[in-house]
Design a protein. Sequence first.
Length: 349
Amino acid sequence: MPPEVAWFSALCDDDYEYLGVPDPALRSSWEHCRDIVERAEAAGFDNILLPSGYDLGIDAPAFAAAVATATDRIRLLLAVRAGELWPPQLARQLATIDRIAGGRLTVNIISSDLPGAPLPSGPRYRRTLEVMDIVRTLLDGNAIAHHGEFFDIELEPPSATTVSGRCPPFYFGGLSEDARECAAAGADVYLMWPDTEPAVAAIIADMRGRAAARGRTLRFGYRVHVVVRETESEARTAAARLLSRLDAVTGEAIRARSLDSASAGVRRQAELRDAATDEGYVEPHLWTGIGRARSGCGAAIVGDPDQVLAKLLRYRDLGIDAFILSGYPHLAECDLFARYVLPQLSAAV
C-alpha cells in the first residue's frame, strides 16, 4: 500500500514566515486554519493533523466538527488529551464528529498533564491507557464494565456511533519507557518525531517487539517538517531564512511554554540539535534548526524534490506507514510539497 501522507493545520498559533516572529495574518483563526485544511485536501493529502493546546490557538474538537462540513475527502486527525474529558463523554464527542465528517475521523491521543493537576509519568500513561480502552470499547459498540485505577464505569454503549460502528484508529507517540508500553498496549499507529535513520529503525524494532508480546501489531507514523525547493541550495537558503530573525531568548521561551517541554521526546530533539553540524544538520537533509523555535517536533527534511522524496522513501523502507508533514508558512509549503513531492510519494509502494 502507498503510505498515508498528512499535512498539519496550525491550530496552536504555530505558523510563521520567520520562526519566533508572530504575524497577525498567520495566527490561528477559523479562517486561516480552515484554509490550510482546504488547501491540503485540494492538493491530495490523505489526512490532516488538528493539534490541541490549552493556552494557544483555537479549540481542536470544535474546529474539527466545523471543518468536517467544509471538506469532502480528507481525513481529520484530531488531537485529544487523555484525562481532559470523562471517557464516555469523549466517546460521544468523537462519534458525533465522525458522523459530521462522514466517517473520516482519526484520533491522535495525547498523554498530557492537565494544567494544575500534574501526574508522574507512570500514572499519567496508565490513565491514558484506561481512556483508550474505555473509548475503544464504547465506540466498538460494546457495553463496558471498567474498574480501574482512574475510572470506575459500567455503561451501555452510547447511542451516538461512528459511521463504521468501530472506534477510529488511535495515533499515539512518546519515547519514554512508560509511553512505549502504553503505545504497545493501546495504540494503532505509533508516532515518532524526527530522528536519525538508525534511531528510527531501532525504535520500530523495539515497538514491534513490545506489541507482539501482547499479541498486537502496530503501524508507524513519522511527524516531520519539510523544506523543499527546486534546488538543494534554494532549500537550504529557505531553511536558514526561517531562523534569520530568531533570537535565543525568544526561542527558549517558545520551547518552555509547552506542557511537554520536559518529556523524553523533547529531550531527544534537543540531543539531535546538540549533535548537529554548525548549520544544524544531524544527518544528510535532516535539519534541526526548527527545534530552536518550537517544542516537540524539531527537525525538517530539507532538499530538492528528489532528495526529499528519497529521504522519505528511506523511512518508508524502515517501516513507516504514515507521514505527518508541515512547513512554514503552512499554506505556502503545502503548495510546494504538493507540487514537487506528493504525487511521487503517494504513488510509492
